[in-house]
Ligand binder design. Structure first.
Ligand SMILES: *Cc1c(COP(=O)(O)O)cnc(C)c1O
Length: 711
């Protein structure tokens, strides 16, 4: 990153520092600095100021360094930045003075912080990124620990035949907001982790997220053998052994990296089971000092927090015990247990169990266990009740903290301005208070509608631009252009179905009765259009087939180009989609969606949610802020569930959504629709923002855990 210092004039010398702290990404005026610096480069660089600064000409920098308007903006943004970075009166310090002796160490396999760092696959990563940002906003001492995947997660293209193609782009570290962590001699910090009979070397990168640092482990280090160097290159590899090695490096190596940097966490957080080996390394730290295994496990467990994110058994990592033995046997000796005791930590069904389950390891070794929504808490207690024999289901010690979304990250700038005007200039500071949001009803319908239309147009603009790029490159036929949305219309009711393609999410449910859907799409007076987007896991053939099916239907002439599958869903596209469609459709099979957060992002932007009452919607739906699909209880069979829910989706569209959207006054304003949008904002914003989630985390987890803590 520092190779560009020579060309940055001293007067704006901190641009590099600002570019290398993702703080700018959730502060509109921070973004404004880079837009003003060079708008064309800003766009060309993919909104990546690190890259922008590398490419910008010295002359341009000289010019802005004497431009009074730019300097005014620059100075005030740097002052805001400094105030935020040092804030003494942040929420956490005011409410919990001296609570924590060290930070929360938050371990996660993926972090979605900004698109310039493609080290995430989906919702788990977005939650981790949103959590780091909110921790920074609240002043909670916090560090993240994850993996630097130089090849990241894949980019998605759809072939002419409709099949998903995956490409992995090598990340250019000079163009990413990361910097290498150095040791006291100025050399790259490298920690060693035992792997099989030998060691693997792990280097560390630092990402600055406001006040929070995220440390990313990287095995692409010269001392490592070639296959070891590749170990951290990709996210969610299908190969079991590679995956186990990755999780050992992340769990054990993460603890060692923190120690090597002199960081002494007060709380250790396991964000999903992938990272649970961290507890073994922590236990070993104690046993090597002569503490018994039982006592070490007690101490470690008292300050360990585990969040489980999936109610699907196949969603947890379960490794063959032979594999676990091969890698963890050397750890047994130093922990003072034998291999049977070690394996027992992850075996659900006793000594004969051939599977070592990471979720079970985490449940057994952490005293603080949480699901991610109220309903998911119930499901998790039922799912794991066998681990607490004799306990009633309601007594199983797994609670819940419902997820929330980081509002400054997901709110459209135009909505931000509306809220500043009608809720109050301090609306962001008061986002989790119920009271102020009653004022959302003060926003004139015409004004809200103007913004909603503008955001739909922006989405259509982004879709068209992508289609034009594909066309200009000569990569696609006209059929393909139609399928990716070239014929969408900026004024029609637009339904969004946007999520990771997985069978349980039922992306093709709305096609159950194709003729009925065609009537809705092709209605001469009140037509609808549907925008799909989402990636399938490369090894999940069943869900890849669903992508293909949707893509081919989108290309079907009978739908007139009003169904689109937009390629390569990522955080950047997610912004346009959650802000720009009119309704957000979600129809998973019941009890399989632990929480879901995309519907929250939509709702806070005035896009009502229409969903099965699963995950967060079970507690979020209030009868006036969106729609509930189908029965609340789970039907007996999948066939029955599909039939009932498809029928419900059609009838909600026909009876409720379409008439409400198209009933307009003489100026074209849909008052009923605006009421629904406002109620979505009023009810969802304070209850499902990351601020509420993190305050709840502090109140319910950190307070009690810190009191128990021995270290
Ligand atoms: C918010 C978000 C998700 C999570 O969406 P759900 O379908 O609600 O789980 C996944 N991917 C991206 C890019 C997101 O922004």
């Amino acid at each position: 990153m520092s190779a560009i210092h020579w060309k940055i004039p001293e007067r704006v010398g901190r641009l590099d520092e600002l570019a290398n702290n993702l703080w700018w990404s959730w502060h509109p005026r921070g973004r404004q600095v880079f837009r003003a610096l060079d708008y064309v480069l800003w766009r060309v660089s993919g909104h990546n100021p690190v890259r922008q600064l590398r490419e910008i000409s010295p002359e341009r920098l000289q010019r802005v360094a004497v431009n009074t308007e730019f300097l005014g903006l620059y100075d005030s943004v740097m002052a805001d930045f400094d105030a935020d970075m040092t804030a003494r009166n942040a929420w956490f310090d005011t409410n919990y003075p001296q609570l924590l002796e060290g930070p929360v160490a938050y371990f996660s396999m993926e972090f979605a912080i900004h698109n310039s760092l493609p080290i995430y696959a989906g919702g788990l990563g977005v939650l981790a990124g949103d959590t780091c940002k909110e921790a920074s906003d609240l002043g909670l001492p916090f560090v993240g620990v994850g993996f630097m995947y130089p090849l990241g997660y894949f980019s998605q293209r759809i072939s002419a035949a409709g099949t998903q193609e995956e490409t992995y782009r090598q990340l250019d570290f000079d163009e990413a907001p990361v910097s290498p962590v150095l040791d006291s001699d100025g050399q790259r910090l490298v920690v060693k982790v035992g792997l099989e009979r030998g060691f693997i070397s792990v280097a560390v990168w630092q990402v600055r997220v406001g006040r929070v640092n995220v440390y990313l482990l990287d095995t692409n280090v010269e001392d490592n053998a070639p296959e070891q160097r590749w170990l951290s290159s990709r996210l969610y590899v299908a190969d079991q052994e590679v995956r186990l090695q990755q999780e050992i490096v992340l769990g054990m190596g993460g603890v060692r990296a923190l120690r090597a940097m002199g960081i002494k966490p007060a709380i250790w957080h396991i964000n999903e089971g992938h990272t649970a080996f961290m507890v073994l390394e922590r236990i070993r730290e104690w046993t090597e000092r002569g503490v018994s295994f039982t006592e070490a496990a007690r101490r470690v467990g008292s300050i360990a927090v585990y969040t489980t994110h999936t109610p699907i058994a196949a969603g947890h990592d379960v490794f063959h015990v032979g594999l676990v033995e091969k890698y963890l046997e050397p750890y047994c000796r130093s922990m003072g247990i034998d291999r049977k005791e070690l394996l027992a930590l992850g075996q659900q069904f006793g000594p004969g169990d051939q599977g070592f389950n990471m979720a079970i390891l985490a449940l057994r070794t952490s005293d603080h266990r949480y699901g991610v929504s109220r309903l998911h808490g119930t499901v998790a207690r039922r799912m794991w009740s066998s681990l607490w024999p004799g306990a009633e289901e309601s007594e199983v010690p797994i609670g819940h903290i419902t997820n929330g979304v980081h509002v400054p990250t997901w709110i459209a700038p135009e909505m931000h301005n509306l809220y500043s005007r009608y809720i109050g200039d301090d609306w962001l500071d008061r986002q989790d208070e119920g009271g102020p949001w009653a004022r959302v009803y003060d926003i004139p319908d015409g004004e809200l509608w103007r913004v909603r239309r503008l955001l739909r147009q922006k989405l259509m603009g982004a879709i068209l631009e992508a289609a034009q790029r594909a066309w200009a490159k000569g990569e696609v036929e006209s059929r393909h252009l139609v399928a990716i949305g070239a014929l969408l219309h900026p004024d029609l009711l637009t339904v969004g179905f946007v999520k990771r393609f997985a069978e349980y999410k039922r992306p093709t449910l709305i096609f159950q009765d194709i003729e009925r859907l065609k009537r809705l799409v092709n209605d001469p007076l009140r037509p609808i259009q549907i925008v799909f987007a989402g990636k399938s896991h490369p090894a999940d053939l069943a869900s890849k087939y669903l992508v293909q099916r949707v893509f081919n239907l989108a290309a079907d002439r009978d739908f007139r180009g009003r169904i689109a599958f937009v390629e390569d869903y990522d955080m950047h596209l997610a912004h346009f989609l959650v802000q720009g469609v009119d309704v957000w459709l979600n129809n998973p099979r019941r009890l399989l969606e632990a929480c879901g957060t995309s519907g929250m992002k939509a709702s806070i932007n005035g896009v009502p949610h229409v969903s099965v009452r699963d995950g967060w919607w079970d507690e979020g739906y209030n009868g006036a802020n969106g729609w509930a699909i189908g029965p609340s209880l789970k039907p007996a069979t999948w066939e029955e569930e599909d039939a009932l829910d498809a029928e419900a989706v059609y009838s909600i569209l026909e009876r409720d959504i379409i008439p409400l959207f198209y009933s307009r006054d003489e100026r074209g304003v849909p008052h009923g629709w605006m009421r629904m949008a406002k109620e979505a904002i009023r009810s969802v914003m304070p209850a499902f923002c990351a601020r509420r989630m993190m305050k709840e985390y502090c109140d319910r987890v950190l307070g009690p855990a810190a009191k128990q803590s021995g270290s």
